[in-house]
Write a protein that binds this ligand. Structure first.
Ligand SMILES: Nc1ncnc2c1ncn2[C@@H]1O[C@H](COP(=O)(O)OP(=O)(O)OP(=O)(O)O)[C@@H](O)[C@H]1O
Ligand SMILES: [Mg+2]
Length: 206
């Protein structure tokens, strides 16, 4: 099984949006996909509860599941995490993960909050031993703005790959209302988004 952790202690940076869309994307690509919500707010599981059976299946990994016994085999697990995750709980979540995605928005507050977190991540044993790989995803980025340039400059100081920038669009919120990812929307609506997701899909599957 391959496990992808979505984490950033900053609240509202886009963890759940990224996690459910990753799950929706993997399911749409025919992967056996599991979703695990470590957040007590259960936003990802709420999304899953709204998801129709006609859509590519995303299964829920039960609450209280023992992460030392993650399912084996050819499945993909996406883990959504709560704001404020740090210390032992963070280390615990990183350990079984092959990849950690860090969504960051191009605002001063989000960058300041990410500074420490990215430093801590880089020091994690699994990361230093190259058992876990970290990738950054710019969220709600309009690449024509000064804010986007500032984010790019900020991220250059870390020796971490910036996988892609996802634009600010209501498609994510609208799709989520019916348990959909943007990959469940008509292709004509998501042309630009597919282009932005492609580097992320390549990185995830590499
Ligand atoms: N690319 C995007 N375009 C437009 N809106 C977005 C985008 N990404 C996230 N949002 C919106 O930003 C808000 C916060 O996103 P989300 O809930 O995914 O963040 P979070 O990190 O999971 O928050 P929390 O820390 O509370 O769990 C939501 O209303 C979501 O719809
Ligand atoms: Mg969330």
């Amino acid at each position: 099984m391959r496990a992808i952790l979505v984490a950033n202690p900053k609240g509202g940076c886009g963890k759940t949006t990224l996690a459910v869309n990753l799950a929706g994307m993997l399911a749409r690509r025919g992967r056996k996909t599991l979703l695990w919500d470590l957040d007590r707010q259960r936003s990802s599981f709420e999304w899953l509860a709204l998801r129709s059976e006609d859509l590519p299946e995303v299964s829920r990994l039960d609450a209280g599941h023992d992460d030392r016994r993650l399912p084996r085999g050819d499945s993909w697990l996406v883990m959504d995490t709560p704001a404020g995750l740090h210390g032992k709980n963070l280390a615990h979540a990183i350990k079984p993960s092959h990849k950690v995605l860090v969504p960051i928005q191009p605002s001063l507050f989000d960058m300041a909050a990410a500074q420490d977190f990215l430093g801590v991540l880089a020091e994690e044993k699994a990361v230093r031993k190259h058992k876990t790989f970290i990738g950054i995803v710019g969220m709600r980025v309009d690449t024509r703005t000064r804010a986007a340039l500032t984010l790019e400059t900020f991220l250059r100081q870390f020796d971490l790959p910036v996988i892609t920038f996802l634009r600010d669009t209501v498609l994510y919120a609208n799709a989520a209302l019916s348990g959909k990812s943007i990959f469940d929307l008509p292709p004509s609506q998501i042309e630009r988004d597919l282009e932005q997701w492609q580097p992320l899909i390549d990185w995830i599957e590499s």
